[in-house]
Write a protein that binds this ligand. Structure first.
Ligand SMILES: NC(=O)c1ccc[n+]([C@@H]2O[C@H](COP(=O)([O-])OP(=O)(O)OC[C@H]3O[C@@H](n4cnc5c(N)ncnc54)[C@H](OP(=O)(O)O)[C@@H]3O)[C@@H](O)[C@H]2O)c1
Length: 305
């Protein structure tokens, strides 16, 4: 099958190569999915799971990409819950070959049905940003109506999801980003916008939840904005500055069928918009993904037309 692989950890995206790989076989509780669209996040090339299996053994050449939308074509031993020919979308295991390929072997529980009126491109854009926002706000941040959320990077892939879901849940959302991000953040539903390039973050006032996708100094300064009992949620690694009277949580997003279904239902009824910046066919994906040009929003790779 056609697949994009990486073999050289030091090479970054310059190491991406389109090649032929054997088709995967389905293990216990797996399905094989014929992939129509795939999502790729460049930071995954820094994660150890791209290079080793769970036992720490080299697993290169590895196929990156962990978001997918496609059609179930085969079952592993004992797999239940999905049917042959079913449209699905979901989040593939970090330690296994991913979704920049014609087919992937994936545990059925990591997938959710993709309704017929949701395009594969849209389906592949949702798992990482949608689940990250959902888990950060509702599981780890325990967001409640009436609370104030500081949504960093509010025009980005995760940030636009955080903004929309928090607002729908009845929170007051203060989005942040660069000057040029203001309109997009407000368009996705932020009540107000803070320009991190100019405005003093301390002017935000007190918030109940900080959703951090940036880290560093921005994170440090944000910790002091939390009200007593508030939560700093980070998706960019361990929190360096712990809030004086609150919680700090850093986490890696997990697959969750029920949450995926909540997310796609919101896309269907218009409560949630995805933030796709670039769509590229797999044959052109290496040049798109290695380009140094800054891409805004999600990049989706069309594996089949
Ligand atoms: N732990 C997890 O499970 C998990 C899950 C998803 C994502 N992540 C991580 O979260 C981060 C964000 O992901 P994403 O997909 O949302 O990326 P993204 O689409 O690039 O969004 C990030 C946004 O933040 C802005 N930004 C970054 N640094 C900034 C700064 N210093 N000042 C002002 N604005 C800044 C970016 O603007 P520019 O484009 O102009 O820089 C962009 O609008 C990545 O590091 C990703 O690896 C982690």
């Amino acid at each position: 099958m056609k697949a994009i692989v990486v073999t050289d950890r030091a090479a970054g995206t310059a190491g991406l190569r389109l090649t032929e790989r054997p088709e995967p076989s389905a293990a216990i509780n797996d399905v094989i999915v014929e992939i129509y669209a795939s999502g790729f996040v460049s930071t995954e090339l820094d994660w150890p799971s791209t290079w080793t299996d769970r036992a720490g053994r080299d697993r290169t050449p590895s196929i990156p990409g962990h978001e997918l939308a496609g059609v179930v074509t085969a079952f592993g031993y004992g797999t239940t819950g999905l049917s042959l020919g079913q449209r699905v979308f979901g989040l593939a295991d970090w330690h296994r070959d991913g979704t920049l390929a014609d087919y992937v072997a994936i545990e059925a529980r990591n997938l959710s049905p993709l309704p017929g009126d949701v395009d594969f491109t849209v389906g592949a854009s949702l798992p990482i940003s949608g689940l990250t926002a959902w888990q950060g706000l509702f599981q780890h941040g325990r967001l409640r109506a009436g609370q104030a959320v500081l949504a960093h990077g509010a025009a980005g892939a995760v940030g636009t999801m955080v903004t929309q879901l928090a607002r729908e849940a009845g929170a007051y959302v203060i989005g942040t980003g660069r000057r040029a991000d203001r309109e997009k953040a407000l368009d996705f539903g932020a009540h107000e916008f803070f320009n991190l390039e100019n405005d003093a973050l301390e002017g935000v006032g007190k918030v109940d939840l900080v959703f951090d996708v940036i880290g560093g100094d921005v994170q440090k300064r944000s910790a002091s904005l939390l009200r007593a009992g508030g939560t700093l949620v980070s998706v960019v690694g361990p929190v360096a500055a712990r809030p004086a009277d609150g919680l700090a949580v850093d986490f890696v997003v997990e697959a969750d069928r029920a949450q995926l279904s909540e997310i796609v239902q919101r896309v269907r009824d218009g409560r949630l918009r995805t933030n796709i910046g670039t769509t590229t066919p797999i044959d052109d994906a290496v040049s798109t993904l290695t380009s140094t040009e800054r891409r805004k929003g999600k990049t989706v790779i069309r594996v089949r037309p």
